[in-house]
Design a protein around this ligand. Sequence first.
Ligand code: FES
Length: 585
Amino acid sequence: MSDTEKPPKPSAAGMRKGLTDYGDADFSLFLRRAFIKGAGYTEDALSRPVVGIANTGSSYNPCHGNAASLVEAVKRGVMLAGGLPIEFPTISVHESFSHPTSMFLRNLMSMDTEEMIKAQPMDAVVMIGGCDKTVPAQLMGAASAGVPAIQLVTGSMLTGSHRAERVGACTDCRRFWAMYRGDEIDAAEIDEVNNQLVASVGTCSVMGTASTMACIAEALGMMLPGGATPPAVTSARIRTAEQTGTQAVAMIKARLTPDRILTPHAFENALCVLLAIGGSTNGIIHLAAIAGRCGIRIDLDRLAQISDKVPVLVNLKPSGNHYMEDLHAAGGLVAVLREIAPFLHLNTLTVTGRTLGEEIDNADAAFPQEVVRPLANPVYPRGGIVFLRGNLAPGGAIIKQSAASETLLEHESRTVVFDGLEDLARRIDDPELDVEASDILVLKNIGPKGAPGMPEAGYIPIPRKLAREGVKDMVRISDGRMSGTAAGTIVLHVTPESADGGPLALAQTGDRIRLSVSERRLDLLISDEEFARRRAQAPAPPTRDEDNRGYRNLFMRTVTQADTGCDFDFLQSTQFNDVVPIDRQ
Ligand code: FES
């Protein structure tokens, strides 16, 4: 370790923290004070505890379109508590403005977040995230940086209205697009819908990945209680921001570092919440990545221990009917936490310094509402997400059963295989495509390395000729991801991926595949001999010039598979001492 990499002395605080190394610490501080005074700060201000504010506002990121007003409110909260707020930028990642995918950039954002927290003098940090990959990136970075950190999200967008029907991104984006592909609506109407799907700044209005990660951050204890659900354009969101700033100062005094909050019990709580909210399948990957930074392994084979007990209670799209603003009106996440309290570890610490159990007790009283169901009357009787294994997925795969067609959860059929996104685009709408409604669609080469960046293309469109016949769902299998806003009988995250030697690469059109959610199996029905023959004849994966330089080169060399969170191997903890769910056998 070089001198510049030495962690700051415990006594270093405020502006004395993490001095630039000139070989003379007093001169470094002298210079730092001189420069920051150029921005008009007084000695009194510079003597205060410093709260950094990671601002991810960007004109390319409408989900963070309220970031400026949140920064202002956080600053107010910090100053009310006697601290000095200092805002700094990091990368901002929006789903629709990230090529090749936002997942490709998540780890870059986590490195940016970690390094800027460590490089700049701050005693605590408020991280303003929201859009899908930003919150996991920030939590991963904070877990590695080790500085007291508190998550603030931008909040969900408002819903719009199309011909008197309430709509919101992005479950309705996909539903209307499927109707357009099936000739149920025309080009003029799909343009009309386009104006209504995103009615304001803020994150997607359903239980997609952004809403899921907001709820997970609160369940982990990394966010103020009640912080997950206030919509972006409400006074409640601004007040949450002010309170977050105030709490950040308190966290400095309490030395509330992420390692005290991000414990195995906290991750188990987060898994329970993920299941109960009918959360995004992406939540599994992100939780594995955050846990990996803390030396905690998420054992998906043990997921059944809790998914068999914790049902889906939240009636939000895509598993249900409502929108995120309705969950807020129904009391927010605490309404869920109260219901699943018997399954939670209530003694976990939160950013308030109190336990999750104390925060549930402190919350406003429950009231009658229809968005969060009681345990006795769930939206779906089992956990939303199921982990599968089989000869097609020796490292596992997942399916969101709560958003699938019940009739397809046990299904065996002939397959139609696509070799990658280009092949899919070329043939999926071909009227000559040999495909029937009962077939299983397979898409290869969209895993972490395959595309690269594991695109959300696992939601393979229904072939147009079947869509026109009214087919709404088919079993679809890939090594990619799907948006948390999507629904269907879709098997994802097949591991190892086809571009990394996984058996999925060996599947051929005409093979039979058997999916059994009850048995948690996914199998390609060919003999071991045939497997071996195909493997021996399989061509080497094609090489791509663009994989050889820059960040993409780093990504291709070090990204891990979905079961360990698609983090870079060198960013994960070097020691994994804990496993979640905690074994109760
Ligand atoms: Fe940002 Fe959905 S695109 S949350």
